[in-house]
Design a protein around this ligand. Structure first.
Ligand SMILES: Cc1cc2nc3c(=O)[nH]c(=O)nc-3n(C[C@H](O)[C@H](O)[C@H](O)COP(=O)(O)OP(=O)(O)OC[C@H]3O[C@@H](n4cnc5c(N)ncnc54)[C@H](O)[C@@H]3O)c2cc1C
Length: 380
């Protein structure tokens, strides 16, 4: 089977790697390097307490791969332990209780932390404003570069081709085959996998597919130098319980985000200084930190379909067209299980049994569930 994967981010890289076991894969990336867009701009967090239950199950089933990847996959660890601490101010008591119950339902090791413990773990928090927190002890920092590079290297080792500066500009179907037209030439495939991140609906339109209603949303991040370092006990990742900001150490700096979600068109997104200022204000409002200057700021796109689950399935109307879209703010941490799911659907026509046993079914992530919100097909 010849498979074209469109997009060289974590989604395209992961599925190309998994497909390499049973198919002849060519990955097409429009940029000069893979991972230039969302994948290269994330906060690199592994948590099992974020998103819809299906997203959380994808993360949980990715943990084993990330902690113990296959022999020879990567020469460095893909995860480094760092607990997450969700924090609440005195007027966020209800959100704290609600979140604790929600998180514990799927992750029993999650526990409440009194304000004193929260301050012990992150001494720059302001004792006057912090009411308490929730600790997820088994969260981690991800080495996104190591994971992404290993997916691409593994793809090549399995005989796959990776073409950069090869933006797909046309997709036509004749008989049982897709013709993929790119700046680098034209080729023919049995299956096309649409893993084009924020551009998935655009790539779908090239094939004549109905859009999924994908909305790319800008998210800003920045780093600054704290006046005092984290000390001998590294801080946890600190996240506002209502997702209004987060921060964590990043080397000698601190990485922070205002958790903005501004809908935009797919593009090489830049940050807006207003969002950085908002992030500074939010972090300062719960800490004793005074952020005098920013070391680096950037923005990336988190793309969502209407129900905020991933779209991982065959297009019901276009034979041989597979969607791997809508990875929102969880595309890195879920990539091992998401890729394995997509590859099993393509190679064997059914999800992996261990993922199904965890409640990740073709119906729960497939594209049919979105048919109510899918608009009329765009004629190309
Ligand atoms: C600030 C921020 C923080 C985040 N934090 C986390 C986190 O802590 N944990 C986590 O798991 N996730 C996080 N995410 C989300 C994560 O980064 C994304 O879900 C993930 O990177 C999406 O990967 P992708 O491969 O779908 O998209 P991308 O990385 O954008 O890759 C898509 C690729 O397709 C290519 N492409 C598009 N059109 C074409 C075409 N026509 N032909 C060829 N190629 C094409 C693009 O050039 C691009 O390289 C964060 C995102 C942001 C922005």
């Amino acid at each position: 089977m010849r498979v074209a994967v469109i997009g060289g981010g974590i989604a395209g890289g992961g599925v190309a790697y998994e497909l390499g076991m049973g198919a002849e894969v060519t990955l097409f990336e429009q940029e000069t390097t893979c991972g230039y867009h969302s994948t290269g701009r994330s906060a690199a967090l592994f948590t099992e307490c974020y998103g819809d239950p299906v997203v959380r199950r994808f993360a949980m089933t990715s943990r084993a791969f990330l902690e113990q990847p296959p022999e020879g996959f990567s020469d460095q660890p893909l995860v480094r332990a760092r607990p997450v601490m969700f924090i609440a101010t005195h007027d966020q008591g209800a959100a704290l209780e609600r979140s604790l119950a929600d998180y514990r339902e799927m992750v029993p090791t999650v526990r409440a932390a009194a304000a004193g413990e929260a301050l012990d773990l992150c001494p720059v928090l302001d004792a006057e404003v912090i009411a308490g927190g929730i600790i997820e002890p088994h969260a981690a920092d991800l080495d996104v570069h190591a994971l992404h590079t290993a997916f691409l290297r593994g793809t090549r080792q399995r005989g796959g081709r990776i073409l950069t500066s090869a933006g797909v500009t046309g997709l036509t179907r004749a008989g049982n085959r897709w013709t993929v037209i790119t700046a680098a030439g034209t080729d023919h495939f049995d299956v096309v996998v649409n893993a084009a991140g924020a551009w998935c609906d655009r790539v779908g339109a090239l094939a004549g597919a109905r859009p999924l209603g994908l909305v790319p949303k800008r998210r800003t991040a920045f780093t600054f130098t704290p006046p005092i370092g984290p000390g001998p006990h590294p801080w946890p990742m600190v996240i506002d319980v209502d997702e209004q900001f987060y921060f964590r150490p990043e080397g000698v700096h601190v990485l922070a985000s205002p958790c903005d979600e501004t809908p935009v068109e797919p593009q090489d997104i830049r940050h807006d200084e207003i969002d950085v200022a908002r992030g500074i204000e939010r972090v300062e409002s719960v800490t004793t930190l005074q952020i005098r200057s920013v070391v680096r700021a950037w923005a990336g796109l988190r793309s969502f379909v209407p129900d905020h689950r991933p779209a991982n399935g065959w297009d019901p109307e276009l034979p041989g067209f597979y969607w791997l879209a809508g990875q929102g703010g969880f595309g890195i941490k879920t990539s091992p299980a998401m890729s394995r799911f997509a590859a099993a659907m393509i190679l064997h026509g059914a999800p992996p049994t261990d993922l199904e046993a965890r409640g990740i079914t073709a119906a729960s992530v497939g594209v049919e569930r979105l048919s109510g919100s899918r608009e009329l097909r765009v004629e190309s």
